[in-house]
Design a protein around this ligand. Structure first.
Ligand SMILES: C[S@@+](CC[C@H](N)C(=O)[O-])C[C@H]1O[C@@H](n2cnc3c(N)ncnc32)[C@H](O)[C@@H]1O
Length: 303
């Protein structure tokens, strides 16, 4: 398996994954890979990693042996005026250009302004949180992969951002405690951007029951898990007076010529949203009253 990542300046990081090889086969294998990947002038391969993976999986595995066999450790990406250094094991959006549109719209809807604190749940190398950090009081990012969290910290320093905090761990283990320990005076908003499986029930419950959390943007690459999670965040229940309400949604064509896309969905607390339905109902009633004998234009029969 070969994973290739192209930077905005045309440089490439490549990770080659094979089954483990005997010690005496390793050197010749490395020589062959490096020579094959660097002889092409048109592609500037600046970093090559080799990972041994004996499991039945073609994904980058955080705990499998990994070796830098050529060039620099990380690839630099430029995004919305900031620089991000990323390694081979960290998630990074596949399409840099569309990614700017995605983050731009997500943050426009989220409005992480002034004194508000922002949670970046499943933050990867900290891209969304860092893009928001100059607008809000504080950003707290949570991410499972240690390499990505190290990059998020380094990326904050690289961009001279000093109001962020990055926590490594599973969101379902870290987030409930983190929300409980928040300064109660602080208003909070959140971006959640989980993997295809969506958010863990514990995370959904913690987000829903945190009254300081007024607004949330859900970024998703899987409409099935998005729908399931949104139902859990919005369905009215007797014990919860103030569920979230979905307000806006848009699809972003992150993967052109495929059936896949990213979704952005804005949720606000129901107490902060004016229900448009009474207005619509009042309008329909006044229109019906203005029609002679309330005639709706039909043949006169009831329904
Ligand atoms: C779709 S990516 C989004 C990353 C980042 N927001 C971005 O736009 O680049 C999902 C991220 O969630 C992380 N992740 C997966 N399961 C997680 C969990 N249980 N808790 C926290 N992070 C998790 C993955 O490692 C990955 O970085």
């Amino acid at each position: 398996m070969v994973m290739a990542r192209l930077s905005t300046s045309g440089e490439m990081l490549v990770m080659v994954q094979t089954a483990a090889v005997a010690d005496e086969e390793k050197e010749p294998l490395i020589k062959e890979i490096v020579s094959a990947l660097t002889k092409e002038d048109q592609i500037k391969v600046v970093s090559i990693y080799l990972q041994f993976n004996d499991e039945v999986s073609d994904a980058a595995r955080p705990n499998a042996p990994l070796e830098l066999i050529h060039g620099q450790k990380q690839l630099r990406m430029r995004l919305l005026g900031l620089d991000f250094d990323i390694g081979p094991l960290s998630f990074y959006q596949a399409n840099s250009r569309t990614c700017e549109l995605l983050y731009g719209r997500a943050l426009e809807w989220l409005r992480p302004e002034n004194e508000i604190a922002m949670l970046d749940v499943c933050c990867g190398v900290g891209t969304i949180g860092l893009c928001a950090s100059r607008r809000c009081k504080k950003v707290v990012g949570i991410e499972l992969v240690p390499e990505a969290v190290e990059s998020a910290k380094a990326n904050a320093a690289l961009n001279k951002v000093d109001n962020t905090e990055w926590v490594v761990g599973r969101a379902e283990e870290v987030l409930p405690k983190l929300l409980q320990e928040l300064d109660p005076e602080l208003e909070v908003c959140a971006v959640v951007d989980p993997p295809r499986a969506g958010l863990h029930t514990t995370v959904l419950r913690a987000l829903r029951s945190c009254s300081q959390l007024s607004r949330m943007v859900y970024v998703s690459c899987n409409p099935d898990s998005l729908v399931e999670d949104i139902i859990k965040l919005t369905l009215p229940s007797e014990s919860d007076e103030d569920p979230f309400v979905p307000l806006r949604a848009v699809a972003v064509d992150m993967f052109p010529h495929t059936l896949h896309c990213e979704m952005i969905l804005l949720l606000e607390r129901s107490s902060k949203v004016t229900d448009p339905r009474p207005k619509a109902k009042a309008k329909a009633n006044s229109e019906a009253a203005a029609t002679p004998e309330g005639d709706t234009g039909g043949s006169g029969g009831g329904s």
